[in-house]
Design a protein around this ligand. Structure first.
Ligand code: XIL
Length: 374
């Protein structure tokens, strides 16, 4: 049976919030929030979309300010937005984003300087090493330079690795060779000497890709390049069983003398096309009900599974809190998540801590409860 989970675990009596639902029920101060609960452990962040930066939605805005102490721009600092043409930058939203973070005393993350995806057309047309190097230099100096001293951390290079740990044949790699990564970090360090500089990628908790990331980071370090941390994106599925790999990754990356952040956390509750063995590559999954099963609501069993996934993950995070700088969710609430549109368009997904009405889900309670029972 598909029963809608209503997070009515809390009621307010005379201004005091009282919880009377599950066995885990404890009385908490009204001010309980993710950022407060984990304030001695790590930062808690969210990726913001344009609507959040412009403070369009009062519920979202209140939630962001209450729960999070770090923000990452979901799209608006990517090259295609911030640097649409060779001689044209658009800082309209990025200035507002950074101001929002500063105004609210948040740890502000820049995402991302060098990435093969979401590039403006003029960059994709570049065919010589010199021109691409010039773009990199110009872009990093201008963007990182503009926010120098105002922003706390940069995802300098994003997704440079293949699944087997070799370097991705991106435009940057093809024209500049593997040294483009070092060049990007050196430029960023010069443009913003105070910002913490991160290498960011998905699946780098997995052994082969992790090995590639470790080799890449060691090379940077050996050549005297500043790198402060590694970002494990954390786009996972509730069917993934990867805690052992995640723990190994935390321990191994940290042994390099850098911090580990989880930079884009979400768990899809829906099937991914690549989960379906023998699936036709060019099959159109959009509109297929078997790939979009929870259009009305999330069944309790799945809600519980999601909560358990997050609870186990955060238990592991707490165990290694000395190595972890930040946990950032890729979105504010389920309605806003990119997973409603990727890898299949027009689905109803439930990957985050807050539902479409901006109410906390069971996963939120389960994770907060880890702190009250600690
Ligand atoms: C995603 C955004 O969430 C989408 O809105 C956009 O259409 C595509 O990019 N890895 C990253 C993020 O580093 O920048 C991506 O964000 C998700 C995967």
């Amino acid at each position: 049976m598909h029963v809608k989970y209503t997070p009515k675990t809390w009621i307010k009596i005379a201004g005091i919030a009282i919880c009377f639902s599950q066995s885990s029920c404890v009385q908490k101060a009204e001010s309980s929030s993710l950022k407060n609960a984990f304030q001695n452990d790590f930062l808690i962040g969210a990726a913001l979309g344009t609507e959040h930066i412009l403070e369009k939605n009062q519920k979202a805005d209140a939630l962001i300010k209450r729960e999070f102490n770090s923000i990452t721009p979901e799209n608006i600092m990517k090259a295609e937005v911030i640097h649409p043409e060779a001689n044209k930058y658009d800082f309209n939203l990025s200035d507002k984003f950074v101001a929002y973070g500063q105004k609210n005393n948040m740890y502000v993350v820049g995402h991302t300087l060098i990435w093969h995806s979401q590039l403006p057309a003029f960059v994709n047309k570049i065919s010589t090493a010199d021109s691409l190097r010039m773009f990199m230099k110009e872009h990093i100096n201008t963007v990182a330079g503009r926010y120098s001293g105002k922003l706390n951390s940069w995802d300098v290079v994003n997704e440079a690795l293949n699944e087997d740990g070799t370097l991705r044949e991106s435009l940057f790699y093809k024209l500049l060779g593997e040294n483009y990564i070092k060049e990007a970090f050196d430029l960023a360090a010069k443009a913003d000497p105070q910002a913490a500089l991160y290498y960011n990628d998905y699946n780098i908790e997995q052994p082969a890709k992790r090995k590639g990331a470790i080799a890449l980071i060691k090379k940077l370090q050996a050549s005297g390049t500043k790198i402060d941390g590694v970002g494990i994106q954390g786009h996972w599925s509730i069917n993934d069983n990867n805690l052992k790999e995640v723990e190994d990754a935390i321990v191994e990356f940290s042994a390099l003398g850098i911090k580990v952040a989880f930079t884009e956390l979400d768990y899809t509750v829906l099937p991914n096309p690549w989960d379906l063995k023998g699936a036709e590559v060019n099959q159109n999954f959009e509109g297929n009900p078997a790939m979009n099963m929870y259009t009305e609501s999330l069944p309790d069993s799945v809600q519980n599974q999601l909560a358990k996934r997050y609870e186990d993950l955060f238990r592991l995070f707490l165990k290694h809190k000395d190595k972890i700088s930040r946990i950032t969710f890729w979105g504010v609430n389920d309605g806003h998540s990119w997973l409603n549109g990727w890898p299949i368009k027009n689905r109803t997904n439930y990957p985050l801590f807050f539902d479409r009405a901006y109410q906390p889900k069971k996963a939120y309670d389960a994770v907060l409860n880890l702190k009250s029972t600690n």
